[in-house]
Ligand binder design. Structure first.
Ligand code: UD1
Ligand code: CA
Length: 451
């Protein structure tokens, strides 16, 4: 049977008390809506249509979230939202999967089970349910003495007796399409002034059509996001899922509760992630590394056997056996080759630091190329910016930069050269020579054998 798919995402998300639309709030490193889109694609194999508020279609398209949009001009409830998709979807499939866009933990396999249950069911539709202690504002399922579902009662309209019911409507339904499109128009407005999709249960029962249910296997999947408290609960579950995956794959997490690993991150075997560490974006980490504590790595590549402690890396590359921190900041385009040692309070941006080079303390390297085995003395700075433009610094293989050297770019330090402590280098220093002073001048030549 052909199954179409619709995600409801036009709600205002008022309970979030936010300027940002609810579906764009990040959770588990991605916007809320990205999770529902992925699960729906996985379950149906098609691109879901989205019901959105006016203006949101453009915003979501730009954010790469969804391709098929239907605009709901007024928020008149979940049934009204589905009705807006009639032109787009009516006559398109035998079944229609409808999923609330604020249920980021629902898995594709669960939605698949829902579709399969409806394929095997002659009745009007099948809906997903969960039993639990925490209602989180969910509609309550009412069943008759034979156990048949007879209605969903929304929290706002429920009696205290109904509020005590402990089976909830998750917010995912698989309808027989024809029945759905005929029935939506028959719904009446609720006491809250909304058209409830959930009223279709009572309507089907009145028409003597059966409504089936499928229960989610893991109650965590049914955590919907209406408030920021729910958002934090979802974050914790997503974090747990990702962390468990990496521990099973052979990565040690010292304290999973304070470890944040984004969904696109890759980590090699026997790496150890210490507490308070965030790994974000498309970060790739090799084997046998130790990262943390208190380290943030975003969109970076880290080779094997690296150590990074209490540092921040953004769009940086570390080759194998690199040692960074504590308190280092690697910014976009920082590339530390094999065996580099970068100690405390250093910053590197848009620079290649050659194999085995050392920058132990308090230095800034920007727009620089540093050769193999160079020693960068404490407090060295590449003065790469004159207020208007950025300039390049080159330090050739084996050079020794004295403490507190200012390298006023553009400038080149030749192979094996040395600068004295406190030198302000404004002109190129030839290979194998020693430059000192302000501005620095060459005072002596070195023999290459001094290397
Ligand atoms: C809804 C269900 C409730 C269920 C819960 C679980 C209804 C009436 N109630 O309640 O039974 O337990 O979800 O997820 O359906 N939306 C629109 N247009 C609207 C209103 C809502 O697109 O006019 C969208 C929202 O963006 C959201 C979804 O529909 O993604 C559900 O709306 P929401 O207001 O969150 O409903 P709940 O109160 O959570
Ligand atoms: Ca909701």
């Amino acid at each position: 049977m052909r199954c179409e798919c619709l995600i409801l995402a036009a709600g205002l998300g008022k309970r979030m008390k936010s300027m940002l639309p609810k579906v764009l709030h990040p959770v588990g490193g991605r916007p809320l809506l990205a999770w529902a889109l992925e699960a729906c694609r996985g379950a149906t194999g098609i691109e879901p249509a989205l019901v959105v508020a006016p203006g949101m279609d453009e915003i979501l398209r730009k954010a790469g979230l969804g391709k098929r949009f239907v605009v709901q001009k007024e928020r008149l409830g979940t049934a009204h939202a589905v009705m807006q998709a009639a032109d787009e979807l009516r006559g398109q499939g035998d079944l229609l999967l409808v999923v609330n866009g604020d249920m980021p933990l629902l898995e594709a396999a669960t939605l698949r089970r829902l579709i399969e249950a409806q394929e095997a069911h002659a009745g009007a539709f099948t809906l997903l349910t969960v039993h639990g202690d925490e209602a989180r504002g969910f509609g309550r399922l009412q069943r008759d003495e034979r156990g048949q579902v007879i209605a969903i009662v929304e929290e706002a309209d429920a009696t205290s007796e109904q509020l005590a019911l402990r089976e909830f409507n998750v917010g995912a339904y698989c309808f027989r399409s024809e029945w759905l499109w005929e029935s939506l128009a028959k719904l009446e407005v609720s006491a809250q002034g909304e058209y409830y999709l959930t009223d279709l249960v009572a309507l089907a029962v009145k028409e003597e059509r059966s409504v089936a249910t499928v229960e989610v296997a893991d109650p965590d999947e049914a955590i919907g996001v209406n408030t920021r408290e729910h958002l934090a609960q979802v974050e914790a579950v997503l974090r747990g899922r990702v962390n468990r995956k990496w521990m099973l794959a052979g990565v040690t997490l010292q304290d999973p509760a304070t470890t944040y690993i984004g969904p696109q991150v890759e980590i090699g075997q026997d790496s150890v992630i210490l507490s308070g560490t965030h790994l974000e974006g498309g970060t790739v980490i090799g084997a046998q590394c130790q990262l943390g504590p208190n380290t943030i790595v975003c969109a970076s590549r880290i080779g094997d056997r690296c150590r990074v402690s209490a540092s921040v890396l953004e769009e940086a590359t570390l080759e194998d056996d690199v040692d960074v921190g504590p308190f280092a900041h690697l910014r976009k385009g920082a590339h530390l080759c094999r065996g580099v040692h970068m100690g405390n309070f250093g910053e590197v941006k848009n620079s290649i630091v050659g194999a085995g080079a050392k920058l132990g303390h308090f230095s800034y390297l920007g727009d620089a190329t540093i050769g193999e085995g160079v020693n960068i003395g404490a407090g060295t700075i590449t003065c790469n910016y004159d207020g208007e433009r950025k300039f390049h610094t080159e330090i050739e293989e084996g050079a020794f930069i004295g403490s507190d050297t200012m390298l006023v770019a553009p400038v080149r330090i030749g192979r094996g050269a040395r600068t004295g402590a406190g030198a302000v280098v404004t002109k190129d220093v030839p290979p194998w020579s020693v430059a000192v002073g302000i501005p620095a001048r060459v005072i002596r030549k070195l023999k290459e054998s001094d290397d």
